[in-house]
Design a protein around this ligand. Sequence first.
Ligand SMILES: Nc1ncnc2c1ncn2[C@@H]1O[C@H](COP(=O)(O)OP(=O)(O)OP(=O)(O)O)[C@@H](O)[C@H]1O
Ligand SMILES: [Mg+2]
Length: 290
Amino acid sequence: MPAPERIPSRGLTEDGVRTLLAEGELTVLGQVRGASNAVLYCTVTHEGEARPCVYKPVAGEQPLWDFPDGTLARREVAAYEISEATGWGLVPPTVLREGPYGEGMCQLWIEAERDEGADVTDGDRPADGLPPLLALVEGDEPGDGWKAVGFAEVGEGKTALLVHADDPRLRRLAVLDAVINNGDRKGGHLLPAPGGRLYGIDHGVTFNADDKLRTLLWGWAGEPLTAEAAEVLDRLSAGLEPGAVLTTRLAELITAAEIDALRGRVENIRRTGRHPQPSGDWPSIPWPPV
Ligand SMILES: Nc1ncnc2c1ncn2[C@@H]1O[C@H](COP(=O)(O)OP(=O)(O)OP(=O)(O)O)[C@@H](O)[C@H]1O
Ligand SMILES: [Mg+2]
């Protein structure tokens, strides 16, 4: 699959969207219900352009036992920086800025296409409430075009096989998650967008110095990296040298120890040449998976 088009929002370049997000006037329209942190749906306006966005103020972050308080917004921006360095454009443009409730992250709102991948391997049955690109199947074979994640309890003592699509965009995201040490890649955080792009959102619990990789995207665990991913990791490795532009940017967002751990993960994946396997000392699949 060719690299996605690098224009994330009609009529504006990636730089233009970043400027809009960073410098535009932010107006809160509402709060996204059911989120663990304060997630505010906003519009941002600048030089005659307006876009919907999400603003997550640091003040609205719930404390977590394994992450220092008030650091999630910066981790979201760091995840965007790494996504940009890969050239895969998997994270919507994200900036750190002041807003009506203080400093927070501001990210372009992605209007997801909800109908993608709704059918499952055994016919065209909609995948009961599951997000796009995920399905539950009977038996122990994922079926053509799907990759197995693991068995899931589906009630009445029954289990089913949780599968995700064998999709090159998801495979890139699996590499990105391994690099950023994503502790929470749920199905509901995969947003297929117009033009065939796929975005991942919600990158607050990332870049911990300890191994926290918790994701649904285990379908390629242990398999050799694609040539494309290997090249991307070579470039990333160079980009993370001390003093490099990316490293300097990251130093404003995460700690020196976290940058070292990030380098360690990149080098580890390059050395094995394979998608990582679950570490075994941390629940490897978020539950519920959506
Ligand atoms: N950039 C975005 N584009 C579209 N929708 C978004 C975006 N960011 C967040 N959302 C919506 O807001 C919801 C909550 O955001 P998010 O998951 O990032 O916050 P959270 O506090 O970590 O919540 P959760 O408890 O669900 O993990 C998402 O499930 C999604 O529906
Ligand atoms: Mg979350």
